[in-house]
Design a protein around this ligand. Sequence first.
Ligand SMILES: NC(=O)c1ccc[n+]([C@@H]2O[C@H](COP(=O)([O-])OP(=O)(O)OC[C@H]3O[C@@H](n4cnc5c(N)ncnc54)[C@H](OP(=O)(O)O)[C@@H]3O)[C@@H](O)[C@H]2O)c1
Length: 322
Amino acid sequence: MHHVPLGVSDLAVSRICFGCWQLSPQFWGDVPLDGWRAAVRRAPDLGVNFLDTADAYGDGFAETELGRLFADPMLRDRFVLATKFYWNFDESETRFPDTRRARILRACENSLMRLRTDRIDLYQVHAWDALTRPDEVAEALIQLRREGKIRWIGVSNFNVEQLAVYRARMEVVCLQPPYSLLARDVEARELPYCLANRIGVIAYSPLFRGLLTGKHAPGTKLGDSRDEHPFFAEKALGRLQAGLAKLQPLADAEGLTLAQFAVRWVITHPALTSAIVGVKKPEHLEGIVKAAEGALSQETWHRAAKIMASAKKDAEALREQP
Ligand SMILES: NC(=O)c1ccc[n+]([C@@H]2O[C@H](COP(=O)([O-])OP(=O)(O)OC[C@H]3O[C@@H](n4cnc5c(N)ncnc54)[C@H](OP(=O)(O)O)[C@@H]3O)[C@@H](O)[C@H]2O)c1
């Protein structure tokens, strides 16, 4: 798979990134670990050299499981490793946002220990923390870079104003926003801003938590947090799947499955560096890598966008009904 630079950093990353949120039992239930481990081991052979995790995924669980695999340093070195900090889950029964200096320094030490590595390639602020001064965040992150514990800094779920505040204080090489055929808010401001300022963009939930694969039958309980999401409710999912049925011929014409088409749609946007796909087993990764082998035409991209915008409107209309 083709690798591309991540913003202005010296990191070269695959256009598909392996997302590790699935090892968060609170959201995804118990994912069989044998299949997940096999997927991580398989990734580099498929050309996927980019891994995204967070200290908060399973409150350390995802990082710990990756660390077990990285006991083999040869495997660790085959990845550009990205993790995140933001939630304090050490000091209280309830998680709370905490990007104060001391917490960042400790969070980084904890991540390094769990991941059994001596450096994090991309250290991301998971979300904007309204209570901590940006100067304090920057001071901690610059210190960690100077010490060689982290190589580059990224942010997630930030808007343009928040990005600008951080960028005035330190080098930020990428933004991690949600982006898919069903989540396009960042198209208006964040994507043009990143494009203009050479900030990499790594999109999360490109399949809208799997919905855009079209494989979930309306009315089926998935046994995870998706059962609470309004778009996975029976009627809404039915309306969104009517949109996917209209998308199918476009995917067929490209020789792609719906899942591959949805990911290719995301990475066709010129601001996009990579799409972060949530993976539980090797088949998820094997079934998606083809998405990175090309781009959609301008016409196909817009047709697909229009189809799913209309299906989304139909699904959202259900919420307005009494
Ligand atoms: N920064 C943030 O705040 C944030 C938030 C959310 C996610 N993320 C990151 O982004 C990653 C991806 O997001 P996500 O997990 O929400 O959603 P996603 O990638 O849109 O969807 C993942 C789901 O899609 C299905 N899937 C994946 N590959 C498939 C394939 N080849 N064929 C058929 N189905 C396939 C699986 O569903 P089934 O489980 O039903 O098989 C999988 O659980 C996360 O793992 C995480 O690293 C970051």
